[in-house]
Design a protein. Structure first.
Length: 128
């Protein structure tokens, strides 16, 4: 079950809109360099960046923000659930799970350990 704050933050993140409520924020930046405009959207939890993307869905990066908490995992899973899993190169949507204090990214029955450091979700899922 996804919390309302997560649902609202994910909605804003996916549409490139600013959002701020309690401990969660979505920021949007426009970078006009090298002859083009790139929009960068990031999701923050307690001020720590936990997800960011460029204009392409394949550029989604995730991180624990150095805080591997239930709330961080819930925000990231809320975001992942809205993705078109085909953009990640698999027929099944991934999710972040925890076992014995360790985090994993799981696709179906396959999972791979994740230390919470920033990763491109598409590339990570392709390695599972």
């Amino acid at each position: 079950m996804v919390r309302k704050i997560t649902k609202d933050a994910v909605y804003a993140f996916n549409r490139g809109r600013k959002f701020k409520r309690d401990n969660t924020e979505v920021r949007v930046f426009e970078n006009t360099g090298l002859g083009g405009c790139i929009v960068i959207t990031e999701m923050r939890l307690h001020g720590n960046v936990i997800a960011w993307k460029g204009d392409s869905p394949a550029t989604l990066m995730i991180s624990s923000g150095r805080w591997p908490t239930i709330t961080t995992k819930e925000r990231l899973n809320g975001l992942i659930q809205t993705l078109d899993h085909r953009t990640l190169g698999s027929g099944i949507r991934p999710k972040i799970v925890q076992r014995d204090f360790s985090w994993y990214i799981q696709i179906g029955y396959d999972k791979k350990g994740w230390d919470g450091e920033p990763v491109n979700l598409s590339d990570f899922c392709a390695s599972i």
